[in-house]
Structure formats: C-alpha cells, structure tokens
Write a protein that binds this ligand. Structure first.
Ligand code: PRX
Length: 662
C-alpha cells in the first residue's frame, strides 16, 4: 500500500472550512455545556423539531440509577418530524429514500412527499385492522423499502415496533414476540439474498404456532408481497396481503400523526445479554429523536446535498438510528440496499456508491476485512470520488483494515469516524467529530455531547468503591451521565435493567466493554469484557448458545467462548462434555450446529466444537471460562500458576489445550 502510516490524521483544510464544527476548542465548549447544563444544551437543539405541545422541563434524572426523562410534558411525533416537517421546510421533492433491490433493475426513489404518502397508507391499513397506540408489533422484514415505511407508519399511530433481524430463526422470533406480547406481525412473502429467493413466511408460520402453544395468539400477520410468483400459503382469518389492502379505495393518503408524549415508547430492540434470555431495550419518543438527529448531524458532518449509505441491517440498532431515523430527521437522502456486498460480484457496495454518488459511507470492520481480501480491481473499477466521509461501527477496527479503507475507499482524503456505541445507547456515544479533531487509527476518539465516559478499575468485591484508572490504564468503560437517547428500561424487566447495568460499578452505567484513555483524552476500546461475543458485528450472548446446546440429549455440559477470527472479528468456540451414550464425533458436531441454527439462527452457528472429558472448574464448581478463552485463542501458554491454582482439577487444562481444534 502506498500510504505512509501516521499516528494522527488531521482533517484537510477544505474539509475543516466546510465542517459543522471546525475546531477542538469549539467541540470542547459544546461538550462542556452539554454536561454542565444539559437543559440549555438539549433544549436549544430540540427547537429544531415540530412539537404539538412544548415541553415543560427539558430533563430530570439520576444517571447513577438509570432514571431519566427528557422533554417532560412535550407532545410530538417522530414520523411527523421525519416526513411532514421536512416537507414544511421545503424538502417535499427532495429524495428521501433510495432503495436498491438485489436485482439491479429493482431500484426505487422516494421523495419526502412520496414517502409520506406510503407511510400514511400503510398506517391506515394497520389502523383499519385494529392496530392501536401502545400495541407492540413485530416486524420480521428484510432490507426492503417497506421496512422503514412500516416503522414510520407504526410510529405515526403510536404502535411500538420491534424489528426482528431476518437472520433469526422461528424460535428466536417467537421468543421476542412472547417477551413483549406482540400479537401482530408484519412480514414478507420472500426476498432476495445472494441470488436465492428466501421464504421468510415459513418461519413466521412456525413462530405463530410456537407463540400459540405458549399462550399468545397472534391475531394478524400482514404480508408485504415483495416477490411476484412466489406462492406462500396464507392462513385465512390471520394473514392479510398488504398490497391487496393498500389497493382498497377506502385507504386514504392522509393519516394524522398521533400526538405522542415525549416519553411514550417508540420501539423495543432485543439484544443479547449475559444470560440466555434476550433483553428488550426500550427507547422512547423525544429523547431518541433529538439524540439520533444530533449525532447524525455532527458526527457525519451532514450537509443538505449529502447522500448517506449505511450498510447495517435495520434489524439492529445501527439501521434504526442511521438508515431510518437519524437521516430522515435531518432531511437527508438515505440509501437502503437489500442484499449482501458480494452479489453478484464483490463490488456491489462500490457500485452503489458510484451509482448514487454517495457522499458518506458507514459500514463495519468485518465488511471491510472481507472486501479487502478480494482483488483490488473490484474497488478501482468504480468512481468513488463522490465520497467525503467514511464511518466504522460494530467492533474495534484493526490498523490494516483502517489503512485499506482510508487509502482505497477514501483516497487518502476522507476522514474515518470510528463510532463506538451500543443498542442501549440509541445513538453514537464516542466518535471523532471529523472537522474538529484528528483521527488516531483504532481509537474512537472523544465523547459525544451529553456523554461522560469514565474508565474504572475492576472491583474485587461488592464493598469496594469505584476507582478511576490512570491515563493509558485499561479498565471498564462506564458512563457517568444521562443522554437523551439512552434506553429507559428493559421492557418488562425493570430489576434486570438495574442489576445488569448499574451494579457492576455502582452509580455508573456499565457498558460491558474494556477500554483505556490516552494522554489526549482519546478512548481506545479493547472489546467486550463480559460474556458477549461480537461475530461480524452481530452481538451474541454465550449463555444463549450454551442454553441451546444443553437442550440436546447428548450434551451434559457446554461452555461457549469467543476466539479471534480474521474476517468475522470473533467466532464461537464450544467445549462440550457428552453424556455416556453419545460419542463426540462429526455427526454430533453437525447435529449441534443444526440445533443452534434452528433455535437461534445461522449467525450463531459455532466455528469450532471440541469434545472434552471434563471442564476446568474452580472449587465451587464454576467453569473457569477465562482459561477456555485462552485455549480457544491459541494462547494456552499464557495460563499461569495463579489461574491453575483456583482449579479443582488443574491437570485437565493440559489435555484440553493439547486437543484444541486449530
Ligand atoms: O463491544 C462494543 C461493540 O459492539 C457492542 C455493541 O453491540 P450492539 O449493541 O449490537 O450495537 C452495535 C452497533 C452500535 C459494543 O459494546 N462496538 C460497537 N462499536 C464499536 C464497538 N467496539 C469498538 N469500536 C466500535 N466503534
């Protein structure tokens, strides 16, 4: 690679001169105000929105216990602010959404006016079929243009959407619907993925059956007819074809936006936790709206003529905040692509950037790593000169991937914003502001407005007080403030909200990540320090996978850990103790992989399964996963006497390490 590697990449003068924030001093002044006087800071920004009724007080809360309310007493609607308010500001004929289907010819442009019309019509169909304010509604939809439309339709009428990632199995879908009591669901008759037609409806039918046997009857399944000539069975009285409903004369192009209380729920997003049960992070209306708007505007240095392309799936929080809500609240043009980066060739993203003249491209390190392994001609073939800013999200970006992205995609002049955040946050928490500060490859840089991160030392007992780490000392990344986008609770599990986030370091929100802060105040994220593994940007709790494995009759015990993977970032390594009647062989390995695929989905299929005689356990019988992690990562030699001493049977470690699957 031709570029010279530097420790600090300063933005070019032309970039700074047009930037929304142009110096570190300006950033520092705004950050200080956001922390010291959040009411003035966020109250000023919130004036950019349409309010049916103004708020009485901007903020009340106690960050120590995750209690907060924003824009108290205010009434607004995020769908109105994404659409109607943009039209009122003169953007009616501006392109809001650019949809690229997997087939190249399937490409659609929606202006703000057109998008509003579709949203209103979908909202009216939902209303006609009994969907009401406060109802939870599951959206099991792939990356097709109807997904943002249905989300905005739900938000318009006050229904709480929970989007379930299309790669999840029927069982995982049912679990999530049961957890939030979603009696209605929107899906599709099929979609395209890598040249294949995928039947999503079969999973839905099975999920409905599973829900019914657990006592939740699904009243309505709305089906988006994405595929023509793709026959899926319809269940009379339960299934409704959305395209047929939308053709009805009584369905009007106008649907008034419900006046939502600032703290009314907007959506529930399920994510993995340290136990086997997914957590439903609850995000509410006004705070999420103000926060995604502000992060999008400053971190992506948004300009009116920008075309923004985020490659995340809307089934995860990144897609919610930076394909749908953040861009539309700013009146931007957002790109939605249906399929994978490698179909029909490994240049689909570069082709889309060229085709739509994308200015801002936001993707994940795993995507970059998988594409940088291909012949460079796939990138060089395309004109990427429209790009002015790049982003990264989902996991730490390694220096090789950073340099490749900067040089081949950004042509050595586009800043890369490495954005650290999580589902619970609603929006980006730590990132460079591209015109205001230099970039250090591998560092997420500085906290966003309203965010006060602290690095705390690990505590050995419940009585120890929280203690801040020194500069450059690794510790637990915690947050000491409230910001408007933070989740309000875990749906239906308020105790778990507190015990999961506010007890590891009492008085602080515990992120689950390790990190350190350098002498310039830059944050370096080192990865999860709890039992969560990040596979190609998909967050998975190891306990969730263990639970599934242990349900197999041949499994007595299972321990799942992460190990480094060159493209996916991390993958799952499984240790299994079989029952006497079962032999640990390839046939059982295949059975276990299939079981995980069926119960969770293909994303959770373990990379390696090792059968062991016994697990390394401490004297109270707990599996010491720290040791298993070392072995899986190929650094068994780092297991020292202090680790072995706590084991009841230290001899087992050598055997497991010797039989490690390479
Ligand atoms: O470990 C961090 C990692 O992804 C986790 C959050 O996953 P999820 O809730 O699925 O949200 C993903 C998209 C925001 C974090 O706890 N992570 C996310 N972004 C970064 C990151 N790790 C390092 N650098 C990042 N930029």
């Amino acid at each position: 690679m031709a570029t010279e590697r530097k420790d600090m990449y300063l933005p070019e003068r032309e970039f700074v001169e047009q930037a929304n924030i142009q110096s570190r001093a300006e950033y520092e002044r705004m950050w200080k105000q956001s922390i010291e006087d959040p009411e003035t800071f966020w109250g000023y920004i919130a004036k950019d929105f349409h309010w049916f009724k103004p708020w009485v007080k901007v903020y009340r809360g106690e960050p120590e216990i995750g209690d907060n309310e924003w824009f108290i007493g205010g009434k607004t609607n995020i769908s109105y602010n994404c659409l109607d308010a943009q039209i009122e500001k003169g953007r009616g004929d501006k392109v809001a959404l650019l949809f690229q289907g997997e087939p190249e010819a399937d490409c659609k442009r929606f202006t703000y006016k057109e998008l509003l019309k579709h949203v209103c019509r979908f909202a009216n169909v939902l209303k006609k079929n009994g969907v009401k304010k406060g109802d939870r509604i599951a959206l099991y939809l792939p990356m097709i243009w109807q997904l943002p439309v249905v989300m905005l339709a739900c938000a318009r009428i006050g229904a709480v959407h929970t989007v379930v990632f299309g790669g999840f199995s029927a069982e995982a879908l049912a679990d999530r619907m049961l957890a939030c009591g979603a009696k209605k669901l929107v899906t599709t008759n099929g979609y395209w993925r890598g040249g294949k037609k995928i039947n999503a409806k079969a999973n839905v039918d099975r999920a409905c059956m599973l829900c019914a046997s657990a006592g939740l009857t699904i009243d309505d399944v709305f089906v988006v007819d994405r595929m023509v000539d793709f026959d899926v069975p319809y269940i009379v009285y339960r299934d409704t074809s959305l395209s047929k409903e939308l053709m009805l004369e009584e369905i009007s192009d106008f649907c008034p936006a419900e006046k939502m209380d600032a703290e009314d729920p907007l959506f529930i997003m399920y994510t993995s936790g340290s136990t086997g049960k997914p957590k439903g992070t609850l995000h509410t209306t006004a705070g999420y709206m103000v926060y995604t708007y502000t992060t999008f505007k400053y971190i992506f240095d948004y300009k009116e003529e920008d075309v923004f392309f985020c490659t995340a799936d809307i089934g995860w929080i990144t897609g919610h905040s930076y394909i749908v809500y953040g861009p539309l609240l700013n009146g931007a043009t957002t790109v939605l692509y249906e399929s994978v980066p490698t179909y029909p060739e490994p240049d689909r993203f570069w082709h889309i950037i060229d085709k739509f003249k994308v200015t801002t491209f936001y993707t994940a390190p795993t995507v970059i790593r998988s594409l940088m392994n291909r012949d460079i001609k796939w990138v060089e073939k395309h004109d990427l000169s429209s790009l002015r800013l790049l982003g990264s999200v989902g996991e730490p970006i390694n220096p090789e991937a950073w340099q490749w992205y900067y040089h081949y995609v950004g042509h050595d002049h586009c800043p890369i914003v490495d954005t650290w955040w999580q589902t619970e946050a609603g929006g980006i928490l730590i990132s460079a502001i591209p015109g205001a500060m230099g970039l250090k490859p591998g560092s997420a840089a500085l906290p966003f407005f309203g965010v006060k991160p602290v690095i705390l030392r690990a505590r050995n007992s419940g009585d120890e007080p929280a203690e801040e780490a020194e500069v450059n000392e690794k510790g637990e990344l915690c947050l000491a403030s409230n910001w408007p986008g933070i989740m309000r609770t875990l749906y239906g599990e308020p105790e778990r909200h507190i015990s999961g986030y506010y007890t590891q370091q009492p008085g602080y929100f515990f992120s689950g990540d390790g990190a350190y802060k350098d002498e310039d105040g830059y944050f370096w994220i080192t990865g999860r320090i709890d039992d969560i593994v990040n596979i190609s940007g998909h967050r998975l709790g190891t306990a969730e996978v263990e639970k599934v494995l242990c349900s197999h009759p041949g499994v007595v015990e299972a321990a799942v850990v992460g190990y480094p993977h060159p493209v996916k970032g991390e993958d799952l390594y499984v240790y299994v103790v079989t029952s006497a009647e079962w032999e640990g062989n390839d046939a059982l390995r295949d059975e276990l992989k299939n079981l995980v695929r069926q119960e969770i989905g293909p994303i959770a299929i373990p990379g390696k399964i090792q059968f062991v005689q016994e697990m390394p356990k401490n004297r109270s019988g707990k599996i010491v996963r720290r040791i298993l992690r070392k072995i899986a990562s190929g650094v068994g030699n780092e297991i020292d006497a202090s680790m072995l001493n706590i084991l009841a049977e230290p001899g087992i470690v050598k055997i497991i390490d010797k039989e490690r699957i390479v």
